[in-house]
Design a protein around this ligand. Structure first.
Ligand SMILES: [Zn+2]
Length: 455
């Protein structure tokens, strides 16, 4: 009997030994911490409250930097500093769009200027509207029909795409390039249907690219406003509108990326970067885009500290400035590390909102992708469906030239563009569990990269 019991005990130990892979056990500890902490969630609430509309060059952007700088210092990070650089910026003071009806009646349309729209005269610009479905229509219409008018780009984001990022990519050329193209045909201004999955009354802004010599006033109107204007134009093609923008350029701005690290115990020169962008559009609290990415990245350092992880490599959080307009922070950071000669080991960006985790995409040679893919089974219990080749992130992209492997954290994309670049991107849209699950996934992947390397 005693012999049988001993044998059973031995077998159970053996079986447990197999099921209790030490990495799985420790990863559970990481998730237990991530899922029960309110720190990231609370940080995001504060960030969106004290620094909404934190576009580069704004006071709010500095408030945001100071807040997270203090967070890292209080956390006891080994190094915390602001990496200074100079860039140009732009600011919107006010804007409006109105349909001009008979007997001086007006219908106000919800709008925001696009970055970097030119100002109109103080009295605005009144003109007829020419509705188009895309850039190709401009060539067909030609200067004769476009000159002096306001071009209205009204092709919606397609609902039939399963991945909303693909639908965004399919529609965003109207906002990114439409106004500059319309200007070439002599348009007096441009308005763009908000690039969003949502039918609501929020304008969704974003950057519109202008060559130096061609710039016109350009605005986004809400999807509801776009439908209304389109109907007015069907009823009366001669409908006039008035657009007004007051904006100004900031030719030289001194600003910063925020960097904080926990030094590596064995290979301190090999830094694993985790980060998001601290700026947000002037019209948006930027809760999902990208306050969430920032507080999650901050939380990776917190979890490493609290669990007393003896990281081999340096774990470095970077809060990039100015992703939204000129991507100046990402470029300045790549220049900065390039000049120092200390190439980061790997960079991971969190900039797809705090939604349910889906996977990681990797912009690196196949050998690195395969190495990271091998970690997938450890993350599957927490919702990670894939680790595969794909894009990195906008802020870390310039590091690619230095040969740094890039990774992007990918979330369920269905709701992201409801809020994106609008006043609807508020803290109440953040789900505490989804945010924390994401932090757990990102922290775990970084833990495994640090422990096993990617070569
Ligand atoms: Zn973003």
């Amino acid at each position: 009997m005693k012999k049988t019991l001993t044998l059973l005990a031995f077998l159970s130990l053996l079986l447990n030994g197999f099921s209790q892979n030490p990495d799985s056990v420790f990863i559970k500890t990481i998730f237990d911490n991530a899922l029960t902490s309110r720190v990231a969630y609370h940080n995001l609430e504060i960030l969106t409250n004290i620094a909404p509309g934190r576009l580069v060059g704004s006071e709010e952007s500095i408030v945001a930097l100071k807040f997270l700088e203090k967070y890292f210092k209080d956390l006891g990070a080994d190094t915390v500093y602001l990496q200074e650089f100079k860039t140009h910026s732009w600011a919107c003071d006010s804007s409006s769009v109105s349909i001009l009806k008979k007997k001086s009646r007006e219908i106000h349309l919800t709008c925001d200027a696009l970055g970097t729209s030119l100002s109109t005269p103080p009295s605005g610009i009144e003109a007829e509207v020419i509705e188009v479905q895309g850039l190709a229509d401009l060539e067909k219409l030609g200067t004769e029909k476009i000159a002096g008018k306001i071009v209205f780009f009204n092709r919606p984001m397609k609902d039939t795409f399963i991945n909303t990022f693909a639908a965004y990519g399919d529609a965003v050329d109207q906002r990114a390039h439409g106004p500059a193209e319309a200007a070439k045909y002599g348009a007096a201004g441009a308005i763009v249907r908000s690039v969003t999955t949502s039918l609501d009354d929020y304008p969704h802004t974003g950057s519109s690219r202008f060559p130096e010599d061609v710039r016109i006033p350009a605005l986004a109107i809400s999807t509801i406003a776009a439908n209304l204007l389109s109907q007015e134009l069907k009823d009366n093609p001669k409908t006039k509108i008035r657009i007004f923008v007051k904006s100004h350029d900031l030719p030289e701005v001194t600003t910063y990326n925020l960097v904080a690290e926990i030094r590596g115990k064995v290979k301190p020169d090999e830094a694993i970067i985790v980060g998001g962008h601290i700026d947000s559009w002037f019209n948006s609290p930027g809760a999902h885009d990208d306050g969430a990415g920032c507080v999650m990245s901050c939380d990776v350092l917190r979890i490493f500290k609290e669990l007393n992880i003896q990281n081999i490599r340096t774990i470095r959080a970077v809060m990039f400035m100015d992703e939204e307009m000129f991507q100046a922070g990402g470029k300045a950071y790549a220049d900065f590390v390039g000049q120092s000669g200390k190439r980061p080991y790997l960079a991971l960006e969190v900039d797809e909102g705090a939604f349910t985790p889906e996977g990681f995409s990797v912009d690196a040679p196949d050998s690195v992708v395969n190495k990271l893919h091998a970690f997938k089974s450890l993350l599957e219990p927490y919702g990670i469906k894939y680790i595969r080749k794909g894009g990195g992130g906008v802020d870390i992209y310039p590091l690619k030239n230095l040969g740094v492997p890039l990774v992007a954290y990918v979330t369920d994309p269905q709701r992201y563009f409801d809020m994106h670049h609008s006043g609807n991107d508020t803290f109440d849209k953040i789900n505490y569990r989804e945010l924390n699950l994401g932090t757990g996934c990102v922290t775990t992947l970084i833990y495994l990269i640090d422990k096993y390397g990617v070569e």
